[in-house]
Design a protein around this ligand. Structure first.
Ligand SMILES: [Zn+2]
Length: 354
């Protein structure tokens, strides 16, 4: 199979707002990208989007990529017109000051910046510490509360405003929120490739899951409803090829080194074995990751719904910052690998470890 990454759609997907719990615009984008190719599309009360191929097959494989990205929920607007916020997901507060964000409301979208006291005005002990989340705020350039309320209100949300770009000449790309737009993108591309020739055994349920960043909530509900036989989650994983990272702790992984396949209690040994065997057959480089407990990914929720589970991660640098990196060759290889993995599943195959 020949495949080239559809960078145009990827760039579009990362730029559509999809803060945790506010993923609906991105899901609609995803729906229109897939609806002409797959057999059926469904959704649920949380906003998970599920594209289906071969719905009549008795064997169900669920693919999950969480569409949500970390963001900010507006919780209070003060008299001067500054917006105070709560985090939607996990942030390192030292990466926040000075960042551009986009605030979304029913009135439209508004550029904002995360403000903080200048270093000149900080006491020596304050300079050594990461800022406290409660002391950071968003400035959207309003003169007072009254003007701010014309544009936004409590309950609205914001995300980093850093779109898609290539970085250097070696296949790297950068954007805010590749975690996990890239996983949802990979699921969509696998579905589009599979749709070209549906003469394989498995029924495939490609789910763009929601609310992963606050506790795998979308995948929990989607897996519970679908009851898949096999499930594979796609998420970003740590690449150890950046300064100050300890390979002894995170493994020897790198950008462009191929899909990271997790091994351990959260993962079904037959799924893992078949992923490596398929990669070898196709000549795709792979990287191993030892996961000694439930992974903090949708794979955890899928396994607890009873499925034989796999986790394929996209090597990533600078996770949960405004500039997350991925390698396009890794994206391509993951799509090729999993398309073939699915096509190889036959009626007689069992994923029972005993
Ligand atoms: Zn993620």
């Amino acid at each position: 199979m020949s495949y080239e990454v559809n960078e145009k759609f990827l760039a579009k997907l990362v730029s559509v707002p999809r803060a945790t719990g506010y993923e609906f615009p991105a899901q609609l984008e995803m729906k229109s990208y897939l609806e002409n190719d797959v057999d059926k599309i469904t959704s649920d009360n949380l906003g998970n989007l599920c594209a289906i191929i071969n719905p009549d097959s008795p064997f169900k494989i669920m693919l999950a990529g969480h569409i949500d990205q970390i963001g900010f929920q507006i919780s209070y607007i003060d008299d001067e017109g500054y917006l105070w916020f709560l985090p939607l997901g996990g942030f390192d507060t030292s990466t926040l000051p000075g960042k551009r964000v986009k605030v979304f409301s029913e009135k439209g979208e508004f550029l904002g910046v995360i403000g903080k006291k200048a270093i000149h005005l900080m006491k020596p002990e304050e300079r050594k510490k990461a800022p406290e989340m409660e002391k950071l705020f968003i400035d959207i350039g309003c003169k007072d509360k009254e003007e701010a309320l014309i544009k936004v209100d409590v309950g609205d949300f914001a995300v980093f405003d850093y779109g898609y770009a290539r970085l250097g000449d070696n296949g790297l790309a950068v954007a805010a929120g590749f975690d996990d737009a890239i996983g949802a993108f990979i699921v969509a591309e696998i579905m589009r490739e599979l749709a070209k020739d549906k003469s394989f055994y498995a029924g495939v349920y490609g789910v763009s899951t929601v609310q992963e960043e606050i506790g795998l909530r979308g995948a929990t509900v989607a897996a519970r409803n679908l009851k898949p036989d096999v499930g594979i989650a796609f998420d970003v994983g740590f690449a150890a090829d950046a300064p100050d990272l300890e390979k002894k702790a995170i493994g020897d992984t790198k950008m462009g080194g191929g899909p990271i396949i997790s091994i351990g209690p959260n993962l079904n040994p037959i799924v893992v074995k078949r992923l490596f065997a398929t990669a070898e057959k196709l000549g795709i480089p792979c990287q191993k990751h030892a996961a000694n407990r439930g992974t903090g990914t949708d794979a955890n929720a899928i396994q607890l719904a009873g499925a034989a589970t796999g986790l394929v991660s996209i090597p990533n640098r600078y996770m949960h910052t405004a500039s997350e990196l991925i390698h396009l060759e890794d994206v391509k290889n993951i799509i090729k690998l999993v398309v073939e993995f699915i096509k190889e599943i036959k009626e007689k195959d069992s994923f029972l470890p005993l």
